[in-house]
Design a protein around this ligand. Sequence first.
Ligand code: OKP
Ligand code: ZN
Length: 385
Amino acid sequence: MIILHDPDTLRHEAAEFVGAKLTPAVESPDRIRNITEALIASNYKLLSLSSTEEDKAQTLEIAHLTHDKQYLHHVSSAHSLWLSAGIVGPQESVLPECFPFPHSVTSQPGPRPPKDVFARAGYYAFDLSSGIMQESWTSIIASAHLAARAVEMIHVPHDQVADAIGTSIAPPGSQAKGKTVIALCRPPGHHCDGRRAGGYCYINNAAVAVSAFRAVQSQASGQPVSPKIAVLDLDFHHGNGTQEIFYNDPDVLYVSIHGEDEFPYYTGSVDERGGPDADAVGKNVNLPLRTGSSFSEYMKLLTEGLKHIVKHDPMFLVISMGFDTFRLDPLGNFAIDTEDYAVMARTVRDQLADVPAVVLLEGGYVVEHLGPNFLAFLGGWDSGA
Ligand code: OKP
Ligand code: ZN
């Protein structure tokens, strides 16, 4: 098992609106610090990467496969625009002023983004928890790069991994069955739908992993191929962005277990099943769970979700792993404890032991419990079949 980290993911420190107050975002760099400290203390080997300009350019290219070009340009440039206009300071965040009116018969946001810099902040976001400060883009692209690199690592013999850092993709035959690479992504990705930031997400890292896997497989085959892939979203919140990006894609099964009627509020119901193409219907599986649910209730849904994934027979698995399902999380409300993450991980691994997997960090907001919860997950994963 390889665990990837990039110190650049710690640079982003945005503000968000909570009720009437502008405060430091709950999604903080201390989250990653707590995990890396716990990993080092437990003698896990962390691969600390730092992306080159070429890595960043390649990552952006992969992100463009599922994200609007002008959207990404906005995320990367909005802060410097606002800074030179004197609207924000370096540490202050670009945040929306006005959102498009999605159901109005008279307003037509249309495909063309507005010229006004304030209007654009609203056009390219769906909430007030995805501020952009001076160093946000550095972390956003580093986070997406970790997802892409995790996929490349799947294809590299793990005993040669030290040599592999910085080298290109290994030949396809070297892909061992069921390898796992874990990426300490930050900011998270699953709420970003390709043209809107939201819920602390700016680039959908799971979508980047899917695109990267397709690229590697296509390169290996010498022609575009579309292998079957599954995304299992275990964050407390529904991954509306990942759902939207792959909604009509029959090759990508999206399965999510999440808090019912919780953020992002307007998605995540069982009747969102994929489509409209007939072969994509059934390739989106939402498993909402009531407030206060216990781990045994959670496990029933996990078992059901895993059945769908096994039936899909994926060649590759992406896990959007959030630890905000933890009992003390300020943004979640399930009754899940540290040791349960070992059971959760082992259960997934037992069903899908032969499928290469990347695990991408999404949420989880009780900083001092993140390390222990992460370690429990890794322990369970390693003990699986
Ligand atoms: C992101 B992920 C804070 C409101 C925060 C956004 C929640 C984003 C969750 N009082 N609203 O799925 O962990
Ligand atoms: Zn979450």
